[in-house]
Design a protein around this ligand. Structure first.
Ligand SMILES: Cc1cc2nc3c(=O)[nH]c(=O)nc-3n(C[C@H](O)[C@H](O)[C@H](O)COP(=O)(O)OP(=O)(O)OC[C@H]3O[C@@H](n4cnc5c(N)ncnc54)[C@H](O)[C@@H]3O)c2cc1C
Length: 455
C-alpha cells in the first residue's frame, strides 16, 4: 500500500503541466492536477492561440486593400471588435474543453484551486491536504509591470484580450515579441499605435538584420516606434483618456486611450511554498532545474515558463513529456534546447531558428552570411511597399548552416521546414543542391548563391 495519495501531483494545467499529467496517466500513474484559472493555461487562454486569431483578423485589413490590385472591388467592409472577441472566446472555451477531456481520458483528477507546497510531498489547496510521491511545478509566468505612478491605468496582454472596445490610440511599452505582435494587431485593426522601448532596437535577442527589417516594415505600416524611451507615469485625464509621460515623445507626453505593458513576465512562484520546501530559485524567482527538469529537491520537478529557460509552448510540452517519461516511462529523458525555432506573429511575421549572426560570430569565430531582401511577387500587383528578408548564417569552417532567419509573409511556416535542415546539421552546399519551388519566397533559402559577407 503506497503511503501517498498520488504518484504525481502537478500544479498548473497549462501547456507543460497538462502534457506531463496526461502522459503520466497514460503510463498508468495515479495523477492529480491543480488549476486556479482555466485549463489550457497561458497559450490557450491568453497567449499563442487568441493572439494568433487576433493577428489573422488584423491582416484582413491589408488583404482587403491588396485585393484591389487583383481586380476585386470591395465596398462596405466593416470590422467589429466585439464580434472578433466573442468568436475568439468561443474558440478558446472549446479548446479548454478539449484539454479537460484529454485529462479525464487519461484518468487525471482535476482539482480547482490555488495549490501551494506544505513540504516536499504535501500540497495544500484551501483546507485540503494531498500527498504525492512526485510534484511537478508548471505554474508558468505572469506579466510584470513596473511600479510607476498611475500603473493601475495600464493593461498587459492578459487584459488586451478582454477589452470591450478597440482603443483608438494605444501606447505599447516594451520591445519584445509580444509588443511587436500587439502593435501589428492594434494597427491592423485601425488603432493608432506607438511603441516605447527603452533599448536601442526592438526584438532584443533576435538577429540584428531581422530587428531593423521589422522595425522598418512596421514603421511603413504606420506604427510609431520610440527607441531609448521610457514611461515614468500615467495619468487619467478628466475626459477619460490617458496621458503617459515618456522620454522620447514630443513634449515628453503622449495622449492615448490604452497603455499596454509588454515588458516581460515573472515566474509564478510567489506564495507557492517552494523555497520553504528547499527548492532553489534563481534571482528572478524561477525554479532552477537540471536537464531532466529536476529541482534541487529530488522528487520536485518543474517545466515550462516557471523555469526561465525558453518560454515557448512547444518547449513546455516537450519538457512535460520528458518528465513523464523519466518518472513513469522507464527512460531518463533530458530535453534538448538547441535550435528551437520560434516566430513573431507581427505584421509582417518573423521566423527564426539557430544562431543569430552575432551569436555565431562569438561562438564560431568565422561565419559566412547569405541574405536577400526582395519585394514579394504578390506585392507587384497589390502595390504594397513591403519587403521580405531571408538570411542564412553559415559556419565558415564546417559550412554547416547554423542559423536561418526570415521576415515576411509565411515566415513562421517556412522556418518550421528550414528548422529540420538546421537541426539535422545540413551544409550550405546541401541547401544549394535542393531544388526550389517556384514561384515562392521559400525558394530564396536554396538559391542564395552570393556570399554577402565573410568574417
Ligand atoms: C501574449 C502571449 C503570446 C504568446 N505567444 C506564443 C506563441 O505564439 N508561441 C509560443 O510557443 N509561445 C507563446 N507564448 C508563450 C506560451 O504561452 C508559454 O510559453 C506557455 O504557455 C508556457 O506553458 P507553461 O505550462 O509553462 O505555463 P502556462 O501555460 O502559463 O500554465 C500555467 C498554469 O498554472 C496555473 N497556476 C499558476 N499558479 C497556480 C497555483 N498556485 N495553483 C494552481 N494553478 C496555478 C495558471 O493559471 C496557468 O493555467 C505566448 C505568451 C503570451 C503571454
Amino acid at each position: 500500500m503506497t503511503p501517498f495519495d498520488y504518484d504525481l501531483f502537478t500544479i498548473g494545467a497549462g501547456s507543460g503541466g497538462v502534457r506531463a499529467s496526461r502522459m503520466a496517466g497514460q503510463f498508468g500513474a495515479r495523477v492529480a492536477i491543480a488549476e486556479n484559472y482555466r485549463i489550457g493555461g497561458t497559450c490557450v487562454i491568453r497567449g499563442c492561440i487568441p493572439k494568433k486569431l487576433l493577428a489573422y483578423a488584423a491582416h484582413y485589413a491589408e488583404d482587403l486593400e491588396d485585393a484591389r490590385g487583383f481586380g476585386w472591388t470591395i465596398e462596405g467592409a466593416t470590422f467589429s471588435w466585439a464580434a472578433l472577441i466573442a468568436n475568439k472566446d468561443r474558440e478558446i472555451a472549446r479548446l479548454s474543453g478539449i484539454y479537460a477531456e484529454a485529462l479525464a481520458r487519461a484518468n487525471v483528477a482535476v482539482i480547482e484551486g490555488t495549490a501551494r507546497l506544505i513540504d516536499a510531498h504535501t500540497v495544500a489547496i484551501g483546507e485540503r491536504r494531498i500527498t504525492a510521491r512526485n510534484i511537478l511545478v508548471a505554474t508558468g509566468g505572469w506579466p510584470s509591470k513596473p511600479a510607476i505612478p498611475g500603473i493601475e491605468h495600464a493593461i498587459t496582454s492578459n487584459e488586451a484580450f478582454e477589452l470591450k472596445v478597440l482603443p483608438r490610440r494605444v501606447l505599447i511599452v516594451g520591445g519584445g515579441y509580444v509588443a511587436a505582435e500587439f502593435a501589428g494587431i492594434f494597427e491592423g485593426l485601425g488603432s493608432e499605435v506607438t511603441i516605447a522601448y527603452r533599448g536601442e532596437q526592438i526584438l532584443r535577442g533576435f538577429d540584428d538584420d531581422v530587428r531593423t527589417h521589422l522595425h522598418d516594415e512596421m514603421g511603413k505600416k504606420g506604427v510609431h516606434i520610440l527607441l531609448k524611451s521610457t514611461v515614468s507615469r500615467i495619468a487619467r485625464r478628466a475626459e477619460g483618456t490617458l496621458e503617459a509621460s515618456l522620454s522620447g515623445a514630443p513634449g515628453g507626453a503622449l495622449e492615448c486611450d490604452a497603455v499596454m505593458f509588454a515588458t516581460g513576465r515573472t515566474a509564478n512562484t510567489a506564495r507557492l511554498g517552494l523555497a520553504e520546501s528547499g527548492v532553489k530559485l534563481d534571482e528572478e524567482g524561477g525554479v532552477v532545474v537540471d536537464r531532466f527538469c529536476r529541482s534541487s529537491v529530488g522528487n520536485i520537478y518543474a517545466v515550462g515558463d516557471v523555469t526561465h529557460r525558453l518560454a515557448l509552448t512547444p518547449v513546455a510540452i516537450r519538457e512535460g513529456a520528458a518528465v513523464a517519461t523519466t518518472l513513469f516511462g522507464g527512460l531518463q529523458t533530458p530535453v534538448d534546447h538547441n535550435d528551437v525555432p520560434s516566430a513573431v506573429f507581427s505584421q509582417p511575421p518573423v521566423g527564426t531558428v539557430g544562431l543569430t549572426e552575432s551569436e555565431a560570430a562569438a561562438k564560431l569565430g568565422k561565419v559566412d552570411i547569405y541574405k536577400a531582401s526582395f519585394r514579394p511577387l504578390r506585392h507587384t500587383l497589390s502595390g504594397r511597399d513591403e519587403r521580405t528578408l531571408v538570411k542564412l548564417v553559415v559556419d565558415s569552417t564546417t559550412q554547416r548552416v547554423v542559423g536561418a532567419h526570415m521576415v515576411g509573409a509565411d515566415a513562421p511556416e517556412i522556418i518550421q521546414g528550414i528548422a529540420l535542415a538546421v537541426k539535422a546539421g545540413l551544409t550550405k552546399a546541401q541547401f544549394d543542391q535542393t531544388v526550389g519551388i517556384h514561384p515562392t519566397a521559400a525558394e530564396e533559402f536554396v538559391t542564395l548563391r552570393e556570399k554577402f559577407s565573410a568574417s
